[in-house]
Design a protein around this ligand. Structure first.
Ligand SMILES: [Fe+2]
Length: 242
């Protein structure tokens, strides 16, 4: 059976009703027994995490910008991921559906998962005083020589994404125990086994409302608002796994 892109989109819109057909829900029996729960991978029940700080109190980042980012970009990714998980199950019922069409939605699953995870890390590592300390500062000195050298490389990596899209991520690698600043062009672009310690959103939606095309000024503002307590919490969580 040949399936057009329009038909795929139509399939996406049919929603969870098809889950029962897929066998992810147990059909109601004649005696009215209740349906079994949907398999976890296809439930699509993610909920947005609230902002962990008062968005009116960031330095150099407006409340309007931060609220819009959280609601529209992060919130949109959560909704999309939920829809995708449910539609995957529905599409799986169509035995004639080519694998490459299914693959389109699997790609979207990866994109939206990356967006949700990275946005949650980004917002969680904002709202602080920007003064590095503790385990994270120890790691930075160990791998970059000094805080100043780390900050210079982090900013340069971020500015390399100015005017485009992506993420800058200070990452602890669970494979080899190394710590690096990584350039990530999109939500799927992460170093293998990299555990994010500090995440900076470099998509234009993260700064354009306040800074226009002046991405470097946004990067400076971000550094002033880093919540190093959260970065330290992540470092304490992950260091030693290698
Ligand atoms: Fe974003």
């Amino acid at each position: 059976m040949k399936v057009s892109r329009r038909e795929v989109i139509s399939t996406l819109a049919t929603g969870s009703a098809s889950l029962a057909v897929a066998g992810f829900l147990q059909p109601d029996g004649a005696n009215g027994q209740t349906a079994a729960p949907v398999a976890k991978a296809f439930q699509g029940q993610h909920t947005p995490k609230p902002l962990p700080f008062d968005p009116a109190k960031l330095k150099g980042l407006s409340e309007k910008l931060v609220r819009s980012h959280w609601e529209n970009n992060y919130g949109g990714a959560v909704k999309a991921l939920n829809a995708i998980e449910q539609r995957l199950a529905a599409m799986l019922t169509d035995k004639d559906l080519p694998a490459y069409i299914y693959g389109d939605l699997k790609r979207e699953e990866l994109v939206r998962t990356g967006s949700v995870v990275l946005h949650e890390n980004y917002f969680a590592n904002l709202g602080g005083d920007g003064k590095a300390s503790g385990k994270a500062l120890d790691l930075i000195k160990q791998w970059f020589g000094s805080y100043e050298q780390w900050e210079a490389e982090f900013k340069k990596t971020a500015n390399a994404l100015g005017g485009g899209s992506g993420w800058t991520i200070l990452s602890y690698n669970m494979h080899n125990g190394e710590v690096h600043n990584y350039w990530a062009w999109d939500h799927m672009h992460n170093a293998a086994m990299g555990y994010p310690l500090l995440v900076l959103d470099m998509y234009e939606h993260a700064y354009h409302m306040d800074y226009g095309a002046a991405a470097a000024k946004y990067v400076d503002a971000f550094i002033q608002n880093v919540n190093w307590d959260e970065v330290n919490r992540r470092a304490e969580t992950v260091v030693g796994r290698k």
